[in-house]
Write a protein that binds this ligand. Structure first.
Ligand SMILES: *Cc1c(COP(=O)(O)O)cnc(C)c1O
Length: 393
């Protein structure tokens, strides 16, 4: 197939809900992707947060191959081994012996959390979220999202959500009523421009939730699975959440989501109260298990921390060189570079030079390489960014 034919079919047959770049990819390995012309790209935003192990990791490939040849799917009215193993491992890695509900995406994991909060509330139903947050595109996840641009045209949305300024405990206090049941938050806002939650804010929020009997729901769909240098981002903050949601890179490219819940809350959603047909199928669980084991075996949390620090240092030296850089922030390998101008053109110039990055929130370049990225690849990305930023003086 030719590139032009593919564009034509997309144009004719696919609803264009996505803003696309004119690139057709056919092959991937680690931090590299190849397009249809066999041109190689260094991918510093693999899978929109899905590729924490990069592309086509051999351990994921062999786990999936093995499972597909044995048993592809078992519904949730029976038991199977991959779901048991994955749940046990996630529960251990959570650090609070979480109990788990499996689904297929981030929005679904957040829907489960919202439903759990409503049942827990017994009449209390309001959930406080944050401005510039992103929690997904289903109606309730959208209602929870603190950015109007995603909501236009979809009203009325489910009731009971309100968003307050990020890192502002006083605003949370003011917004809390006797109907409030939960606070839902990303510890680093991903789609909102890589905004990092303050330590004191999060410990204050935990105390406040305890005082007022509110659930603290942490959306780790983007920050989880080692992205920030800890397995889960709340582990930087020394708190235990009530509910955690995961998806994106959990399945190493296969669709799986999960809600992790404190043991005391595990009976809130009783038998028959919530379900997902595909949730926790054999193949996706086997892939996710391979992801978790590889992160541990290859010490990728250490790599994410070290390479993240190295990348940040290199970016900071670019800041000294280029006026256009306003701010650089992030944790581990989740880094945002805020520009004083629109970031989209910078992204396009990087693509021309074989580097894939992302632009979020208009002016923020988002860099989230695979956790197994190496120093040479970071240097390569920095050299391209250096050249590109030089065009915008
Ligand atoms: C991507 C994302 C979601 C939505 O995940 P989907 O799998 O696209 O439904 C929710 N929350 C956060 C923080 C995300 O980054």
């Amino acid at each position: 197939m030719k590139q032009q034919d593919i564009f034509k079919i997309y144009n004719d047959c696919i609803i264009s809900t996505y803003i696309k770049m004119p690139l057709v990819f056919v092959k991937g390995k680690g931090s590299y992707l190849w397009d249809i012309h066999n041109r190689r790209y260094l991918d510093f935003f693999p899978g929109w947060g899905v590729g924490n192990l990069g592309h086509c990791h051999p351990k994921i490939m062999s786990a999936v191959r093995d499972q597909v040849s044995k048993l592809i799917f078992v519904p949730n009215n029976y038991y199977h081994i991959p779901q048991a193993r994955l749940a046990e491992e996630l529960s251990r890695l959570s650090g609070f012996s979480a109990k788990i509900f499996f689904c297929n995406s981030g929005a679904e994991a957040n829907e489960a959390a919202i439903k759990l909060a409503r049942k827990f509330g017994k009449g209390r139903f309001e959930i406080i979220t944050f401005l510039n947050s992103f929690h997904g595109r289903t109606l309730a996840a959208l209602a929870a999202t603190g950015q109007d641009k995603y909501k236009d045209g979809f009203q009325p949305l489910p009731k009971g959500f309100l968003s307050v300024p990020f890192n502002d405990l006083e605003a949370v206090r003011r917004a809390t009523t006797d109907r409030t049941v939960a606070i839902m938050i990303e510890l680093i806002q991903g789609e909102g421009g890589i905004n990092v939650a303050d330590s004191e804010f999060i410990s204050g929020l935990r105390r406040f939730c305890d005082e007022r009997r509110l659930l603290l729901i942490i959306d780790e769909v983007q920050t989880g699975i080692g992205r920030t240098g800890k397995f889960l981002a709340y582990q930087h903050y020394g708190i235990i959440p009530d509910v955690v949601t995961l998806a994106k890179s959990l399945g190493g490219g296969l669709p799986i989501g999960a809600m992790l819940v404190r043991r005391e809350l595990a009976n809130v959603l009783g038998q028959g109260s919530h379900a997902s047909t595909f949730g926790g199928g054999c193949v996706v669980c086997k892939a996710a298990l391979a992801v978790l084991r590889t992160i541990q075996r290859d010490k990728l949390l250490v790599n994410a921390k070290n390479l993240g620090e190295y990348l940040l240092a290199q970016l900071n030296s670019l800041r000294d060189k280029y006026q256009i850089i306003d701010d650089i922030r992030g944790k581990g390998l989740m880094i945002g570079i805020e520009l004083k101008a629109k970031a989209r053109e910078v992204v396009e110039e990087c693509v021309k030079r074989g580097l894939l990055i992302n632009c979020t929130h208009e002016r923020v370049l988002r860099v989230m390489p695979a956790l197994n990225v190496n120093k040479k690849q970071v240097d390569q990305a920095i050299a391209i960014l250096d050249e590109v930023l030089g065009l915008f003086i």
